[in-house]
Design a protein around this ligand. Structure first.
Ligand SMILES: [Zn+2]
Ligand SMILES: [Zn+2]
Length: 132
């Protein structure tokens, strides 16, 4: 994945911190702010939590990354990709992508309700095999 290009396409300034954040996010798939802060501190020891949030918010604003929220577990961040659903373990907080056509569901709902849909998120939660 070309992180410099991603930032450029989103009109965001390319900084070593942002490149580091994107790489960690890509490797983790879904990462909480605490996990991200712990890992990014190893690369940039002087980075503050406030700076990390500022970078995260700038990338959220342009939709380069997405916040994934689920009940009872901490929010995670991921690099935006094609719309998908999430499977979440409420014990360990693991997030898994599920390839499910959420766009089709949104279209069906728009057709039957008359709503225009801005955002769709589908979370399925349960207990993962490891935590059972
Ligand atoms: Zn689990
Ligand atoms: Zn995901």
């Amino acid at each position: 994945m070309n992180y410099e290009l991603l930032l450029k396409q989103n009109n965001l300034k390319i900084t070593p911190q942002r490149l580091g954040i994107l790489q960690l996010m890509h490797e983790a798939g879904h990462i909480s702010i605490e996990e991200l802060f712990a890992s990014i501190k190893k690369q940039f020891s002087s980075i503050s939590l406030a700076t990390l949030y500022k970078n995260i918010n700038a990338m959220l604003e342009t939709s380069l990354i997405k916040e994934v929220k689920a009940p009872e577990v901490k929010a995670r961040y991921e690099i935006s990709k094609t719309p998908h659903a999430h499977l979440v373990c409420h014990v360990c907080g693991e997030f898994k992508d599920i390839h499910f056509d959420v766009v089709h569901v949104a279209h069906t709902i728009a057709d039957t309700s008359g709503y225009t849909i801005n955002d769709t998120s589908l979370i399925v939660s349960g207990t993962c095999p490891k935590c059972q």
